[in-house]
Design a protein. Structure first.
Length: 63
């Protein structure tokens, strides 16, 4: 194989690795956090911004 093809394969692999790291480091935890906040808002039956802020505060206290 030529060096150009090898460097392109390495570049694509590096980009894919960065995308996977971003997905598992940010997207998955943030989605779990948002679902927890939505569950809290359903439990307190308050879908307003005040309910959101309350649930965010509750989530922060649990940490």
């Amino acid at each position: 194989m030529s060096k150009e093809i090898i460097s392109n394969i390495i570049f694509v692999a590096a980009i894919m690795m960065l995308c996977m790291m971003w997905y598992f480091a940010w997207v998955v935890p943030n989605t779990d956090r948002m679902y927890s906040i939505m569950d809290c808002m359903e439990e307190i039956r308050d879908m307003s911004e005040d309910g959101y802020n309350y649930c965010v505060g509750e989530m922060n206290e649990r940490r």
